[in-house]
Design a protein around this ligand. Structure first.
Ligand SMILES: [Zn+2]
Length: 365
């Protein structure tokens, strides 16, 4: 995809502690993240008599101080009325508990995201079990140490404030009224289990969270807790649903990178990107290989330890979709690893839908 086909109407992102108005009644702000992906975009919706906060930032560093600066300078003397989290990842819901307590306001989230977040906040070292050892061994990692993994796990709770004890449920197709605007809830799956986006027709604006991001690809992973999941099928189906239900000229307000036009173009490019990866894996698996051996097929750059887990999860997600489509089989070898092999022997000479593209941006959390 050539980047010229997306258009970015705002050249400068807001400095931390300040906002940029991106549409009538919508302010864009940023918080820092302690990763290679160093920021998250958050939004304030003007309800007339107060503000709704869309996503919250992580429980880390000076996020709270930056929120206090925003409250002092950007709320025009009006209170916060509600907090809405698109999904349960820590950069999105990490400060929800603090914000809801501080303003004594409700949290809006889909049911699966809320319950998932509540569950993850309770997990401790003992929740890393033999099931993890099996999962990593089957992926080709033999030196996974349960003791070490338990020692190193910091837990969801270390980057997320305790969540509010009650929430208001968002569900696909619902409408949420903020001031004089009605926002339609559209859910997507694959990156997280029931991710909520909000679309307003009169402004033609989509609050996209991590569901559509212009420059980096959201992580879509199979993880030890659900080792036979097929999240890439859900992810690609969600892209088709968004293509079907939203106009091409929507202004997209994503949680990372910057607001953009070119929604359909981006969704199609992401579908092609994954189809290219699927084909590359099929070609690589003419000889049986483990998921670990297949990482260089999808990721050309060197991965550090923290990226390797996400990369492996994403590789397995692609392999599972190929298995689901009947294009890949796997066998458990004598070492307890799955070896994947493609079924179509004519693959190396088959036409490709596009060029193989490796991820080169940071992996999303
Ligand atoms: Zn996310």
């Amino acid at each position: 995809m050539s980047p010229q086909q997306l258009r970015y109407p705002f050249s400068q992102p807001p400095l931390v502690g300040t906002t940029v108005t991106v549409a009538p009644g919508i302010k864009w702000l940023r918080m820092s993240l302690p990763m290679k992906l160093d920021h998250i975009n958050l939004y304030l919706l003007d309800a007339g008599d107060g503000w709704w906060i869309i996503d919250t930032g992580m429980k880390i560093g000076e996020t709270r101080d930056h929120w206090e600066t925003i409250f002092e300078n950007e709320l025009e003397g009006k209170p916060v009325l509600a907090v809405l989290c698109t999904h349960m990842h820590p950069d999105h819901c990490g400060q929800a508990g603090w914000l809801c307590d501080k303003w004594r306001v409700p949290l809006y989230m889909t049911r699966t995201e809320y319950l998932y977040a509540r569950t993850l906040s309770k997990l401790g070292a003992e929740d890393i079990a033999w099931t993890h050892v099996d999962f990593y061994r089957r992926a080709g990692i033999h030196d996974y140490s349960l003791e070490k993994a338990r020692e190193q796990q910091h837990g969801f709770g270390s980057v997320v404030e305790p969540l509010p004890r009650a929430y208001r449920r968002l569900a696909d197709g619902d409408f949420v009224t903020v001031g004089n605007l009605r926002w339609r809830v559209l859910t997507g799956q694959g990156h997280s289990p029931e991710h909520a986006c909000l679309y307003n027709e009169s402004l033609n604006v989509l609050l996209a969270g991590d569901q559509v991001i212009p420059r980096i690809t959201s992580n879509v992973s199979v993880m030890a807790m659900e080792p036979e999941a097929n999240p890439l099928r859900l992810w690609m189906d969600s892209h088709r649903k968004f293509l079907d239900q939203l106009p091409a000229d929507t202004l997209v307000l994503p949680a990372h990178n910057t607001p953009f036009y070119g929604l359909h173009h981006r969704l199609r490019a992401l579908l092609t990107h994954h189809e290219d990866h699927l084909l590359a894996l099929e070609e690589a698996c003419v000889e049986p290989k483990t998921a670990l051996e297949l990482l260089p097929v999808l990721f050309k750059r060197k991965l550090d330890q923290s990226q390797q887990g996400l990369a492996l999860g994403e590789c397995i997600a692609h392999l599972h979709l190929l298995m689901y489509r009947g294009q890949m089989l796997r066998d458990l070898d004598d070492d307890g690893c799955y070896r994947y092999h493609s079924i179509d022997e004519s693959l190396p000479v088959r036409a490709r839908p596009g060029t193989h593209t490796a991820h080169d941006g940071p992996l999303e959390v």
